[in-house]
Design a protein around this ligand. Structure first.
Ligand code: O2Y
Ligand code: MN
Length: 597
């Protein structure tokens, strides 16, 4: 009976917060779980849930000698990635969601999803998961509560957020928390919806058990709802990694960088500098999301709201990202990778020989030479950030880190040069607004097609993209010491389709130039697009086996390519209609004038 569930929700609750209790009771009355479990985040709870998940087949224990504390999960094959076409922003007016989001009217969405949620947890347990996004007690930190019927979600949220009693304590009796409701339902793509209600600080997710659709603190709260709150409250919620780069002299510069999904943010955030950079150190503050607000000293301060990494596995190895390999050596949940006969995990691009035989990501026997992938291209690791050998001590600092540079980067095989610096903040916002990237497997859809992805936020902006870009422009007024803005492209290809720039650790060379520009140490060369490294006092290429013509190609600006690019940008700006910010239209006109002049 619905009223029994509501009473149970209140009886066992470790809180007296009236708003929270009333909401949990209301959701329980709708979903009708057999049990309600309030999660405390303890070690004992982790053990209990893990044992249960192993028993019900949700988790497969890995070899405790080679992967201590690690487990494999296989999702439903129809449920392997975020679903942008089933993700909705539910605002009273369609224009508030804008042309780049799917929209549903809030009452219509609540009604539609209520029908799915009605009784969906019968025979199941509802877990109440209180969590903090950001270091506990920090001024930027937000509290969320996710109700879910998935023990896999609870175990992931435990890694990805500061979850349990501490979050509940931080909330106290406040009604200021995100209300997240999730049910795996019957994992039917025809009944899958990820709905955001920014005005109600609410997220309802039904019909998926995978990643970004269900770990509601991540893309849903930290980006979609976060970006909406950021505009209301005067801060920025961004799809950005945060790193600290320390020179041999001990000077640390903090940098935030936006790249679209699966463009190597985790690799960049954990980069090991090449041997020519002895004494330099990169430390990770975050690998995916940055919340940035003006600090009392006039600088822009960033926190990483997450506590773990949900990284792409294929392609990760000791050459591309040794620190990630260490990070996932213990206490990690793997989703949709292959299983080796000795109980380890395997994926395409892992170091060493390809095993003769495996169990693939769908649980089927796999033989070396098979044309099928053994691991799904969007297979993931969920690992605590405390496992990262180069974790910055500032990752847990509630005040965050002062950002000196912001980088925008896309995956472009042509057109965009290796690196350039924006002329000023407005020009930098224009560079971010006009980002484009060739698509990958993280979003469902076609692979290898250029799509415009402003600030890498296309799938994550919780309101009208034109208003979002205007908010970026407006932030200039509240940040007296503005970060410098840069654009990079590691993915330029030669005429044979081969990447020109070696990438990975060698990106340190570009990073050093950025640091030198920020600290006002190197002169630069002006071009049509922005400032670029000078040939004489530019990038440090010592020890790099890169022919001069290759560097010339990676940094070249081809006017014919830019004319095509401007057309594609025009299509995007036209989509924004009257909400396309005037300042960006002027930047566009200036660029056209420079190209035509
Ligand atoms: O496909 C998913 O559910 C995961 S998507 C994801 C995960 C971690 C970090 N970033 C992303 C993304 O799509 O940007
Ligand atoms: Mn991401």
């Amino acid at each position: 009976m619905a009223s029994t569930q509501a009473a149970a929700a209140t009886e066992q609750a470790p809180t007296k917060n009236p708003t929270l209790l009333a909401w949990v009771a209301k959701m329980a009355a709708m979903t009708q779980p057999d049990r309600i479990v309030w999660c405390d985040g303890s070690e004992a709870e982790k053990q209990r849930l893990t044992e249960q998940a192993v028993k019900d087949g949700t988790l497969i224990p890995l070899n405790p000698k080679t992967r201590p504390g690690c487990y494999l999960h296989r999702s439903n094959p129809n449920d392997v990635a975020r679903v942008e076409h089933l993700t909705f922003i539910c605002t009273p007016n369609k224009t508030d969601a804008g042309p780049t989001n799917n929209w549903m009217e809030p009452e219509a969405a609540y009604t539609k999803l209520s029908q799915l949620f009605e009784g969906c947890m019968k025979g199941r347990t509802m877990y109440v998961v209180p969590y903090a996004m950001g270091p506990l007690g920090g001024p930027s930190t937000k509290i969320g509560v996710e109700l879910t019927d998935s023990d896999y979600v609870v175990l992931n949220m435990r890694i990805m957020t500061r979850m349990g009693k501490a979050a509940l304590d931080m909330l106290g009796d406040s009604d200021d928390f995100n209300r997240g409701l999730h049910s795996t339902g019957d994992v039917n793509p025809d009944r899958r919806y990820i709905c955001h209600f920014p005005q109600d600080n609410t997220i309802w997710s039904f019909g998926s058990g995978y990643g970004g659709n269900v770990l509601l603190g991540k893309k849903c709260l930290a980006l979609r709802i976060g970006s909406y709150l950021g505009r209301e409250e005067g801060w920025l919620a961004e799809h950005m990694l945060i790193l600290g780069v320390t020179s041999p002299k001990g000077e640390t510069t903090y940098i935030a960088a936006a790249f679209p999904s699966a463009c190597g943010k985790t690799n960049f955030a954990m980069m090991i500098p090449p041997k020519e950079y002895a004494g330099w150190k990169i430390e990770t503050v975050g690998d995916d999301i940055a919340w940035m607000r003006p600090g009392p000293d006039g600088r822009l301060y960033a926190i990483n709201p997450e506590a773990g990494y949900f990284g792409v596995v294929p392609g990760t190895n000791y050459k591309t990202n040794p620190n990630a390999m260490e990070t996932i050596s213990k206490d990690t949940l793997f989703t949709n990778v292959a299983l080796t006969p000795d109980g380890d995990v395997w994926w395409e691009g892992k170091d060493g020989e390809v095993p003769e035989e495996l169990i693939d990501w769908q649980g089927k026997p796999w033989k070396k030479g098979s044309t099928e992938k053994a691991a799904h291209p969007n297979s993931r690791f969920t690992a605590p950030m405390s496992n990262n050998p180069v974790l910055s001590a500032k990752a847990n600092d509630p005040q965050g880190v002062p950002i000196s540079a912001i980088i925008f980067g896309g995956r472009r095989s042509n057109t965009v040069p290796l690196v350039l610096q924006a002329f000023n903040w407005t020009h930098g916002v224009f560079l971010g607004a006009t980002m484009g990237s060739e698509t990958t497997a993280a979003a469902t859809g076609k692979v290898g097609v250029v799509r415009r992805d402003p600030m890498a936020m296309l799938p994550f902006c919780g309101y009208h993209m034109g208003d979002y870009l205007q908010h970026w422009l407006d932030m200039q007024k509240s940040i007296p010491q503005l970060p410098k803005i840069f654009q990079v492209n590691w993915f330029r290809q030669d005429k044979n389709g081969k990447f020109i720039w070696p990438g990975f650790g060698e990106n340190m060379r570009v990073l050093e130039w950025i640091v030198n520009r920020v600290q006002g140490r190197v002169p630069t060369q002006e071009t049509l697009l922005g400032w670029v490294p000078r040939q004489d006092q530019g990038l440090n290429l010592n020890g790099l086996d890169l022919p001069a013509e290759a560097l010339q190609e990676a940094t070249s600006i081809k006017e014919d390519e830019w004319k095509t690019e401007l057309k594609s940008q025009e299509v995007f700006f036209e989509q924004l209609g009257t909400k396309a910010p005037e300042a960006l239209m002027l930047q566009r006109k200036l660029l056209i004038a420079r190209l035509d002049g």
